[in-house]
Design a protein around this ligand. Structure first.
Ligand code: SAM
Ligand code: GLN
Length: 316
């Protein structure tokens, strides 16, 4: 019979909190006990979703899904597994997002690899993908050319490539490290041959014209950034979020630049913050290059997307 033993871990500073948490003196615990212990610990640290976090972390650690946890509550977790798991718990205790700990985040029902090189894709951004699909309409059957500015994990570009099998997509980011992650996600979902990744500032590295230009650029102003949760501020890339004093720096650059890069009938779609609708409205009016301006809320009822069509040449 093999006796579970603790594996000594040289050179790694063990989190006192993390170790105390599993050092119950027990050789093993059941799935149910371990989830409950972890949940209580997270609750005592005021984490927002303690049960969910405990379940997602444990399921991923054991390489199972959450349903498996529910159907095996009495299954033993060995002391060795508890030891390994305690490192993940310690990271969460320090506020690290669950997605970075498990290295994955679901977006558009697809599994994305994520790590601190990229912003964790937000569910709110799915409405931006929905709007792109709407403007493509029946054009999805042809070969639309789409540009995704600031692709990060590649969430938008990969979701669109997956949804529109004939689309050709160009995805840019100023961060080379982010592009390594998005290229990996394109491979993972079998769409790498239809996405070209380019490094550079907004439209600078891009050639040609597009049917759709889409972007979820940084849009947090410096005041709001200071008020974001420590979980976001301490772990997610600043350059993915911060957009100057008014949060408008990227919109002011993208709106005029995109006007020169849209084909006739082309659309620009941008993710926005809830309080930015009026500012965006003003920017689009000033530009004079667009028509059919429209805003859309996300499923939490916050303004989230603006879209506009390139102005058609008036003839005669
Ligand atoms: N598209 C991803 C998503 O929706 O989850 C990531 C969006 S994140 C809010 C913004 C992205 O823009 C980051 O990946 C960041 O590196 C990139 N970025 C920041 N400044 C940029 C610039 N000047 N040119 C291109 N990309 C930029
Ligand atoms: N919605 C993101 C947040 O909650 C902001 C994304 C962005 O700046 N594009 O922090």
């Amino acid at each position: 019979m093999t006796v579970p033993r603790r594996v000594p871990c040289k050179g790694i500073q063990r989190q006192p909190g993390g170790i105390r948490y599993v050092s119950t003196g027990l050789d093993k615990m059941t799935i149910e006990q371990l989830i409950e212990n972890t949940e209580k610990d997270f609750m005592s640290r005021n984490l927002a979703t303690p049960r969910l976090d405990a379940e997602v972390l444990l399921a991923s650690f054991l390489k199972k899904d959450r349903t498996w946890l529910y159907t095996h509550p009495g299954q033993d977790v060995s002391a060795r597994e508890m030891d390994g798991f305690s490192f993940w718990v310690a990271r969460r205790q320090k506020g690290e997002p669950v997605a970075y700990i498990i290295g994955r985040k679901e977006f558009w029902s697809l599994d994305f690899a994520v790590d601190p090189r990229v912003l964790i894709p937000r569910p709110d951004t799915e409405v931006l993908v929905e709007e792109v699909i709407k403007v493509l309409g029946s054009g999805r059957a042809s070969r639309p050319e789409i540009l995704d500015l600031g692709t990060g994990s590649g969430a938008i570009a990969v979701a669109l490539a997956h949804e529109c099998p004939h689309a050709r997509i160009t995805a840019t980011d100023i961060s080379r490290k982010a592009l390594a992650v998005s290229a990996g996600n394109a491979e993972r979902h079998g769409v790498a041959s239809r996405i070209t990744f380019l490094e550079g500032n907004l439209l600078d590295p891009v050639m040609g014209k597009f049917d759709v230009i889409v972007s979820n650029p940084p849009y947090i102003d410096s005041g709001d950034y200071a008020r974001l949760s420590a979980e976001v501020r301490n772990f997610e890339p600043r350059e993915a979020l911060l957009a100057g004093e008014q949060g408008m720096d990227f919109y002011s650059a993208i709106i005029p630049q995109a006007a020169c890069r849209l084909k006739p009938g082309g659309w620009l779609l941008l993710e926005i913050g809830d309080s930015q609708k009026e500012n965006l409205n003003r920017l689009f009016q000033q530009s004079d290059a667009y028509q059919d301006l429209a805003f859309r809320k996300d499923y939490a009822g916050r303004w989230r997307v603006v879209k506009a069509k390139i102005r058609e040449e008036e003839s005669g």
